[in-house]
Design a protein around this ligand. Structure first.
Ligand code: UDP
Ligand code: MG
Length: 329
């Protein structure tokens, strides 16, 4: 029988937490699997961690982690993944927008042999006409673009309700705002990905932590993901290629200018083309150098030990105490 780990990123969701807990637990129990809920409080300034602590004191299956400050949703996911012990790891928003009742459906899909199952939120226009312009159109464009660029075609990258096999998710190192791209990053390891339609509900308590600013960040992240997917282990292939082309073009122009100078006595001093040739050669040399530096960075990256991207303030243990006294049992 498989075990489940549910990872919940939480940033100022105090009002939602009790509702989510009471909705989630019966559904998880009904699956017949053993489970753990890992709630990561991402530096909330409201009573979120208090609520989590109360729940985890009553129910040992809930584990609460508290960040020192707001590190962002990606870091919260990463902390959850680091702690997950289940064979299947399920992520979802803690604001009740994802419907826990969809979890059995995700699991059924996993049982068909998929490594990653992503939710695809239906009927999101319920949120109103303003949301149509600020959320739906940007999100549809983003999903199309991300799918094209990464080659992993999903309708809804933004849906937090997803299920992963643990061995897959623990390969994925997350930085910045990259949690949205986990399926694409995981595709690097050759995984089977499926999509299932899921319910999506308007927020009842608290407010969204993101605005339209997110779109720009997603675009920049996409650039990173594309680069990492294609060239992360061989940066010299992209920088070196561009650099060599630049050097060759510059030298070609240089040869041409030399020929016309010595054969036809052309004056080169006031020809911008000469400067252009010099520029191309110099830029080319720099690009090749950058590629070589990239190669060194990549080696350090892959060979050094993994550093966490977060700092934990406290974490509910056996007695909810906070001291990191590991050896004192
Ligand atoms: N969240 C987080 N850290 C942040 C921002 C958000 O852990 O810095 C959590 C938040 O509590 C929620 C989930 O990430 O559980 C999704 O956030 P939100 O509902 O604000 O995003 P939206 O649904 O508006 O896209
Ligand atoms: Mg939300």
């Amino acid at each position: 029988m498989r075990d489940l780990s549910i990872v919940l990123p939480i940033y100022n969701e105090a009002e939602n937490i009790p509702h989510l807990y009471t909705e989630l637990v019966p559904i998880l129990e009904a699956t017949g699997s053993s489970f753990e809920i890992i709630a990561v409080d991402d530096g909330s300034s409201d009573a979120s961690f208090q609520k989590l602590k109360e729940l985890s004191a009553r129910d040992g299956r809930l584990r609460a982690v508290r960040f020192r400050r707001n590190f962002g949703q990606t870091a919260a996911f990463a902390a959850g993944f680091d702690r997950a012990g289940g064979d299947v790891v399920i992520t979802m928003d803690a604001d009740l927008q994802n419907d826990p009742a969809d979890i059995p459906m995700l699991l059924a899909k996993m049982d068909e042999g998929y490594d990653v199952v992503s939710g695809w939120r239906q009927e999101r226009w319920k949120e109103g006409w303003l949301a149509f312009f600020t959320r739906r159109i940007p999100s549809a464009t983003a999903n199309w673009l991300i799918s094209r660029v990464t080659g992993v075609f999903l309708h809804d990258y933004g849906c937090a309700l997803k299920a992963y096999r643990r061995d897959v998710i623990q390969e994925v190192r997350l930085y910045g705002d990259l949690h949205r791209f986990i399926p694409a990053i995981a595709s690097y390891y050759g995984v089977r990905i499926a999509e299932v339609p899921v319910n999506y509900r308007p927020r009842r308590f608290g407010q969204s932590k993101y605005g339209i600013k997110r779109t720009v960040r997603v675009l920049l992240d996409l650039l990173t993901v594309r680069f990492l997917l294609s060239y992360s282990t061989r940066p010299i292939h992209i920088f070196g290629l561009l650099g060599l082309l630049s050097v060759l073009l510059g030298m070609g122009i240089g040869v041409y200018l030399t020929v016309i100078k010595f054969l036809y006595g052309a004056a080169l001093a006031e020809r911008p083309l000469l400067l252009f040739a010099i520029l191309l050669v110099m830029v080319g040399v720099q690009l090749v150098t950058m590629g070589l530096l990239g190669e060194m960075v990549v080696r350090t990256y892959y060979e050094s030990q993994n550093k966490p991207i977060y700092a934990v303030r406290e974490e509910s243990g056996d007695d909810g105490d906070v001291s990191p006294a590991k050896g004192a049992s």
